[in-house]
Design a binder for this molecule. Sequence first.
Ligand SMILES: [Zn+2]
Length: 90
Amino acid sequence: MNGATDLEHLLGDDPDQPDGASGSTGTDAGCAAGFEVLHRYVESELAGDAPARELPGLAAHLRRCPACHEDYLGLLESAARFGDVGPDPA
Ligand SMILES: [Zn+2]
C-alpha cells in the first residue's frame, strides 16, 4: 500500500484490506482520514444512496473500528435529527 495516503485508500475500492492494522487500541491514521469523509458517508446514506459502494474503504474501516463506528452512529443520529451533518469540511 505504498504510494497512497490513508484518505486515498479510504476513497478507493479496496475493502478487503487485511485486518491486522487495527490490532492496537487508540487511533490510527485511518481514523483521522475516515473522519474527513464520514459526513459524506452519512449524507449519502441519508440520501438513500449506497455509501458502502461509494466509500468502500471507509465502510470496511467502520466495520472493524468501534471508535469510528460510534462516530458514524452519532453523526447519523444527529444528522437525522437536525437535518445537517458536520463537521463543516471547511
Ligand atoms: Zn477508526
